[in-house]
Design a protein around this ligand. Structure first.
Ligand code: ITT
Length: 201
């Protein structure tokens, strides 16, 4: 069976990507399965640059089709921060609780009706002869206390527009339909499917 590698060790992302692509007949692995791939320095200042950096570095090491995801939260009242720094907003290590607490602290004096935010996700599908990029955006707002146990990252603080529950409270299949990641992946999915169908013919 053909293999697609997701260029991440983030288990929350891996779970979502696998579910969204589950009707393509491929084996999906992540960098958790490839400890020999060294940590990648994400030195780009846009989601697109960082997604390209991850896809290219992992492709150069492993030489098989790669899907990368660079994503984050942009809060309007904070000048679109934390943005590309979402994973390491509070400290150098990825620590979701600390990031969420820092976000609550930064927004403590911002009233409910000015807490608009959006998640953005840029994905890159890289093969030996192409790099395809897609983007998804999900608008919503940040609440003032953590709610829900599901999802990952900032999910317990984010309520998508049109809903009354956080991403951490909503069922995973609902998040996948409306999320930034779901949107970016559904755009790129026909190309991924077509690539592997072509390889099999
Ligand atoms: P990789 O670089 O290994 O993919 P990462 O977690 O460092 O993993 P990013 O650099 O793309 O990934 O940072 C994304 C951060 O943005 C992530 O750690 C979360 O804090 C946040 N984030 C992205 N998508 C999210 C989602 O669907 N729900 C909640 N938080 C999300």
């Amino acid at each position: 069976m053909n293999t697609l590698i997701i260029a991440t060790k983030n288990k929350g992302k891996v779970k979502e990507v696998k579910e969204i692509l589950n009707d393509i007949n491929i084996e999906i692995k992540s960098l958790v399965d490839y400890p020999e791939v060294q940590d990648i320095e994400e030195h780009g200042d846009t989601f697109e640059m960082n997604a390209l950096i991850k896809a290219r570095e992992v492709f150069n090491t492993l030489g098989i089709p790669i899907l990368s995801d660079d994503s984050g939260l942009e809060v309007y009242a904070l000048g679109m921060k934390p943005g590309v720094y979402s994973a390491r907003y509070a400290c150098e290590d990825v620590n979701s609780l600390k990031n969420n607490l820092k976000l609550l602290f930064e927004l403590q004096s911002v009233p409910e009706n000015q807490r608009h935010a959006r998640f953005r996700c840029v994905t890159v599908f890289k093969t030996s002869d192409a790099e395809i990029i897609s983007e998804g955006i999900c608008e919503g707002r940040i609440i003032s206390e953590l709610k829900g146990e599901g999802g990952f990252g900032y999910d317990p603080l984010f309520i998508p527009d049109g809903y009354s529950q956080t991403f951490a409270e909503l069922p995973q299949d609902v998040k996948n339909i409306i999320s930034h990641r779901g949107m970016a992946l559904r755009k790129i999915k026909p190309i991924i499917r077509g690539h592997f169908q072509y390889l099999n013919n």
